[in-house]
Design a protein around this ligand. Structure first.
Ligand code: NAP
Length: 470
């Protein structure tokens, strides 16, 4: 019986030499998106006993999604997963269609004309907003845009972040908030050694930010960051991590929550915060202040954000399911630059079913509800949660569902790569192949050598294409 890597079996599946997925008729899957969930889905397909080809469509010339544009530059080891993805891309039945925007260069219906299955894995493109007065003031930014900017995402290349003020406020206590706080606090010389985009290093070098307030609406026990990330905040050179010890007093519900089997990460977080609270202020140049039980109520300022009004919260609910409720009491916090970091949100592509409120594609076990032979994996399936590796099991589950349904799938009418190539050429799209990407990759590594960093990424699509077409 064919086995998925994670031990799942395709019990329902009887591979045959006939029909879709048999020796004569490979199952043609178009994956939309080249981030971790797309690559893990391709890998799961190739590891099955089904004869399958994968065409991966990506709107940027470069693959790997948030591994390139989301992971913080000082977390180089996390980026090493691209080596695993490169092995998948080396499969003889894999093709990469970079620089092609599905829904713009080619419609979903046109894809369906030539591919038996469409597997959506395009992640969450934007972020959630707070919906509070003053959120759109100058110097109020989104963490997602800041991360994309310092990672050299072409669409964020020309964003401006005003870091001339001394006090920054970051709302949210997930790992993205940790990344933002750390990048604001790390010495520029440390950042210059990473693959952070050069334009971002240059601007962070001139940053005046000294006080970074990281604000969580719930308590230390409920914080969403993971132990490694909170530890890193405590280890930044010439920077103090400051926590009010009173915020670490445990309520009865908190103590019970920490004892729940699922609270191991929270317990480690809590221990790290406790140690940091004991160290306190050592007079370092930069300081990161952790705030708990506070929600932003309003941003105000003359010509730009100068102050955040924070509402004090109290906790309600049972251990393991506690939420924050505003008390109506507020306190002001000085704020020269503001980052909201309250989660990513998916955006629809024309021609697919979409739940606007949740920002996901409605699905049952990865099979798109009301989709025509359409499947979904990753953040656009389940929402923006989990680490990169979480997507491996998630994508494998979608692929198991897809292959379990194989006997019911109809072959697409066209099934012709040459027709897709022609259609894209007619529309003036310059398709970037995987071989093209390897040239971009090699050039970025070479540029990095000159700049004394692991790689110096291109941040403009025209520069990538010029390299290929010279
Ligand atoms: P996240 O982990 O979901 O954290 C979102 C934070 O925003 C939480 O603290 C949440 O508080 C808060 N929040 C949400 N709505 C809010 C509101 N209206 N007002 C105030 N606070 C609000 O999201 P993320 O940080 O964007 O990360 C997304 C995923 O990527 C996570 O799974 C994360 O672990 C992962 N990631 C991992 C790494 C890494 O491995 N180093 C780096 C970056 C991201 P509540 O808890 O109360 O909801």
């Amino acid at each position: 019986m064919p086995q998925m890597e994670d031990g799942q079996s395709f019990d329902q599946l009887e591979p045959s030499t006939e029909g879709l997925g048999g020796a004569d008729t490979p199952l043609r899957v178009a994956i939309v998106g080249s981030g971790p969930s797309g690559f893990y889905a391709a890998d799961a397909l190739f590891k099955s006993d089904v004869n399958v080809t994968v065409a991966m469509f990506e709107k940027l010339p470069t693959p790997f999604g948030l591994v390139r544009f989301g992971v913080a530059p000082d977390h180089a080891k996390i980026r090493n997963v691209t080596g695993v993805f490169a092995k998948t891309a080396a499969h003889e039945n894999f093709t990469y269609w970079g620089n092609v925007t599905v829904g713009n260069d080619i419609s979903v219906a046109e894809l369906r004309e030539h591919f038996d299955v469409i597997l959506l894995a395009f992640g969450a493109q934007t972020d959630r907003s707070l919906g509070i007065p003053g959120e759109d003031l100058p110097r109020s930014y989104t963490a997602t845009a800041f991360c994309a900017w310092y990672n050299g995402h072409p669409e964020y290349r020309d964003y401006q972040f005003d870091l001339t003020h001394e006090t920054a406020v970051v709302i949210g206590q997930g790992n993205v908030a940790m990344d933002v706080a750390r990048v604001l606090a790390l010495p520029a010389d440390e950042l210059a050694k990473t693959d952070m985009a050069t334009h971002a290093v240059d601007q962070l070098r001139t940053s005046n930010v000294k006080h970074i307030h990281v604000v969580g609406r719930r308590g230390a026990v409920q914080a969403k960051f993971t132990p490694k990330e909170i530890s890193e905040l405590a280890e930044i050179p010439d920077c103090d991590l400051i926590i009010d010890p009173a915020d670490l007093d445990l309520s009865e519900a908190d103590a019970a929550e920490l004892n729940l089997p699922q609270s191991k990460t929270n317990q480690r977080n809590y221990d790290i915060l406790k140690t940091a609270a004991e160290t306190g202020d050592t007079g370092a140049t930069r300081k990161i202040y952790m705030h708990f039980y506070k929600s932003p109520a309003e941003l105000s300022g003359d010509g730009g954000v100068e102050q955040v009004s924070l509402e004090i919260n109290e906790m309600k609910g049972e251990p393991g399911n506690q939420w924050a409720e505003g008390t109506g009491k507020t306190e002001p916090l000085e704020c020269g630059v503001f980052f909201r970091s309250v989660g990513y949100k998916g955006v629809a592509i024309e021609g697919i079913p979409f739940d606007d409120r949740k920002g996901v594609v409605p699905n049952v076990n990865g099979r798109v509800t009301d989709g025509d032979q359409m499947y979904v994996a990753g953040w656009i399936k389940r929402g923006p949660s989990g680490l990169i590796g979480t997507n491996k099991g998630d994508s494998a589950a979608t692929v198991a569902e897809l292959l379990g349904n194989l006997p019911n799938l109809r072959p697409a009418p066209g099934r012709d790569d040459a027709a897709v190539t022609q259609l894209l050429a007619d529309r003036g799209a310059r398709v970037v192949t995987y071989e093209d990407w390897t040239k971009i990759d090699a050039a970025e590594i070479e540029r990095g050598k000159a700049a004394g960093k692991p790689r110096d990424n291109f941040t403009r699509i025209e520069d990538m294409l010029a390299l290929l077409d010279d």
